[in-house]
Design a protein around this ligand. Structure first.
Ligand code: PHE
Ligand code: NA
Length: 446
């Protein structure tokens, strides 16, 4: 084995780092609008089931590979495959992961830019006294302004890449220590406010009482994609973090802790957002603007509304930032693995993500009618196909590698829960996670 990487400071630091990658736009922005477009409770039920049956076991597979390999994804996969006597072509899985996060970061950065804009607007008190209709119209006008979208996209990507270039992502674990409790507290407050609104009851039944007719293959596919997306699993991004995991830490416990936190953040956001939707007679299937319109409405009715809203967007922005750093890392690490300098790798990644991101930023104005595939514009394509197809496909290959290719001794040691725990995990991955992912992918594609 080559040089051992520096380890995380503590077990808690590792969990916080993975939480930082997991909790982001996926929970607060993407979950409500995708659930809104896919029937609510039916989607939620399937998505939670997939987090348990696929998300957690495959997250363990992914981190386990990084921990066993103790280096960047491509190198770890290549070296472990060679040791196991398998094909070194497994390393291309690392490259596929880098491609997936590339697509994801290109729209993630644009939407994070919306949070910057909304943070500034709420600090300026722009939502004070505004009616629901005015807030909705303001959002549409914002999306139709390409210059503003590009400016915020650029700003967010710069913020991300400065940290990545400096290679100080590990220093951010302490930020999460503060961030997560604050974000959680604010969401609890919002959910408590939601309980006083007229739409609360409807929101709860819409979120928690599934109707079986709503269960179509496409809902199931979206729910699976979202389970991978929200946990940051399937793109070898967490594999890179596994390389730094302390030796004595139990991986399953860390994975379960992260998944529970991730789901509960999404649920609180969902309750708050759908209470507003139903109180205001809005459409749950309103699309990507759902959170950006509903939460300013909710906060505008609270005392000190602009202050709370500013704090909320600040926390959201920080949560998004730690996720984006995790999205960028595998690409930079891949280029570094080809022998490039870190600064050059970061610059190349930043520039390419920025340019492709422009296509997403312009999808709401100039390029609204540019629909290269399936009748969808670029934003609709990159915000659906990489999460719904690429992540599950990457996760499937990661699971096959960890549960079928890796030698038992190496995998069991990296899982960190003894022989029986290992066999239990391996059975779940071999006989549940892998067949289920394959089935849903095939039925969703056909
Ligand atoms: N999990 C992040 C979110 O929910 C998104 C993400 C996906 C991050 C894949 C890293 C890798 O916002
Ligand atoms: Na998430």
């Amino acid at each position: 084995m080559s040089k051992t990487l520096e380890r995380w400071g503590s077990k808690r630091a590792f969990i916080l780092a993975v939480t930082g990658a997991a909790v982001g736009l996926g929970n607060i922005w993407r979950f409500p609008y995708v659930a809104g477009e896919n029937g609510g409770a039916a989607f939620l039920l399937i998505y939670v089931a997939f987090v348990i049956l696929l998300g957690i076991p495959v997250m363990m597979a992914e981190i386990l590979i990084g921990r066993a390999g103790r280096r960047g994804p491509m190198q770890a996969l290549g070296a472990l495959a060679a040791e196991a006597g398998a094909s070194r072509h497994w390393r291309w899985l690392g490259l596929f992961g880098a491609f997936t996060v590339f697509c994801i970061l290109s729209f993630y950065s644009v939407v994070s830019g919306w949070s910057i804009e909304f943070l500034v607007a709420s600090i300026n008190g722009n939502f004070r006294g505004a009616s629901a209709a005015e807030i909705g119209a303001g959002f549409d006008a914002f999306l139709a302004n390409p210059g503003l979208l590009i400016f915020n996209h650029t700003l967010f990507l710069l913020m991300t890449m400065v940290v990545v270039a400096a290679g100080v992502a590990k220093g951010l674990e302490r930020l999460n220590n503060l961030l997560m409790p604050l974000l959680y507290g604010l969401l609890l407050l919002l959910a408590a406010y939601a309980a006083t609104t007229s739409g609360f009851g409807t929101a709860l039944s819409w979120l928690f009482l599934p109707s079986l007719e709503a269960l179509t293959p496409s809902v199931v596919l979206h729910a699976m994609g979202h389970a991978f997306f929200t946990l940051a699993v399937g793109a070898c991004a967490l594999m890179a973090y596994g390389a730094y995991m302390p030796d004595e830490q139990s991986l399953p416990r860390a994975a379960v802790a992260v998944a529970v936190l991730d789901i509960s953040v999404a649920l609180l956001a969902g309750i708050a957002i759908f209470s507003v939707v139903f109180s205001q007679g809005m459409d749950p299937a309103d699309g990507p603007g759902l959170m950006f319109v509903t939460l300013p409405i909710a906060f505008s009715e609270l005392p000190w509304g602009s202050l709370w809203l500013s704090v909320f967007f600040l926390l959201l922005l920080l949560a998004t930032w730690t996720s984006a750093i995790n999205l960028a890392e595998p690409m930079v690490a891949t280029l570094q693995g080809f022998g490039w300098r870190r600064s050059v790798s970061t610059a190349v990644v930043a520039l390419s993500v920025w340019s492709i991101g422009l296509l997403s930023a312009l999808s709401f104005s100039t390029l609204a009618d540019f629909r290269p595939l399936l009748g969808r514009n670029v934003f609709e394509l990159v915000s659906s196909i990489p999460p719904d197809i690429f992540l599950p496909l990457g996760g499937l290959l990661i699971a096959i590698f960890a549960a079928w290719v890796l030698p038992r001794s190496a995998a069991a040691a990296a899982l960190g829960v003894g022989e029986r725990g290992y066999l239990c995990w391996r059975n779940v991955v071999r006989w549940v996670s892998i067949p289920l992912t394959l089935m849903v992918l095939l039925s969703g594609l056909l």
